[in-house]
Design a protein. Structure first.
Length: 249
């Protein structure tokens, strides 16, 4: 299943089933068609880094931030070479923007450095990727007590102007789908343990779970987790009525 997650509202906006012997590349455009993304920023991982998908998002009035990996070989290589060369000269004489974040908790420290360059340094891709304006490098470092630091470098393309803070927030927010959607579905709804496969049953159950999760997240009077909210709704019909009413607000 491919899902569209609204990070600001914490809502599943839609989903599309990935057909047998197919992949997400075909499902993503179908899902985008039914969404009003005008004025929104759409973030997609490397699987969705496709010219037609970027063009569709731009055509529907949205902006995109797409992760770039080796599946886009020439683009990825060009971006890596650009940033490596810029780092050697310490970005002297190059227009760029930087933003750094520091997060931590329970002994964990995570540092992220965002560097954004305008498309003029890779102008050969201007007409290949609709709306493309900036390229991004993200260097992250994660430190845990008693462990060696974990370092990673990731690259992105975006139709947003070269605002490192704004782009960094979009990239960071992208991973909310893991914590606020996929993790909840697995832990609170035990989705991965479900063995229903016949016909459209799996897709139908996914729709029901998404609806239930949307309602439970919108109901904020009970300051507890999703799993306890589910149990409370089963025990207390007055609370169940609150959950159902939350979807009407």
């Amino acid at each position: 299943m491919v899902s569209a997650w609204a990070s600001q509202n914490r809502l599943v906006l839609g989903q599309r089933k990935v057909e047998d012997k197919s992949n997400e590349i075909r499902a993503i455009p179908e899902l985008l068609k039914v969404l009003d993304i005008k004025g929104c920023t759409v973030t997609i991982d490397a699987m969705g880094c496709q010219r037609k998908i970027a063009e569709q998002i731009h055509g529907q009035g949205g902006d995109y931030v797409l992760s770039v990996k080796e599946n886009q070989g020439k683009l990825h290589e060009s971006i890596v070479n650009l940033f490596d060369g810029a780092a050697i000269r310490e970005f002297r004489g190059m227009w760029h923007r930087e933003h750094k974040t520091l997060d931590g908790g329970h002994g964990r420290v995570e540092t992220r450095e965002y560097t954004v360059l305008p498309l003029m340094y890779l102008n050969q891709f201007k007409y290949k990727w609709k709306g493309l304006k900036s390229v991004v490098e993200v260097k992250s470092k994660r430190e845990l007590p008693g462990s060696a630091p974990e370092e990673a470098t990731r690259y992105y393309i975006t139709s947003l102007e070269a605002d490192a803070k704004k782009i960094g927030e979009a990239i960071r927010t992208h991973w909310c789908v893991e914590n606020q959607l996929h993790w909840c579905l697995d832990v609170s709804f035990r989705e991965d343990d479900c063995r229903v496969r016949k016909g459209n049953a799996a897709e139908n159950l996914a729709v029901v779970r998404h609806i239930a999760l949307n309602l439970l997240k919108q109901e904020e009077s009970a300051k507890v987790g999703i799993k306890i909210k589910r149990s409370k709704a089963g025990w207390d019909e007055s609370y169940l009525a609150k959950v159902l009413a939350a979807g009407q607000n």
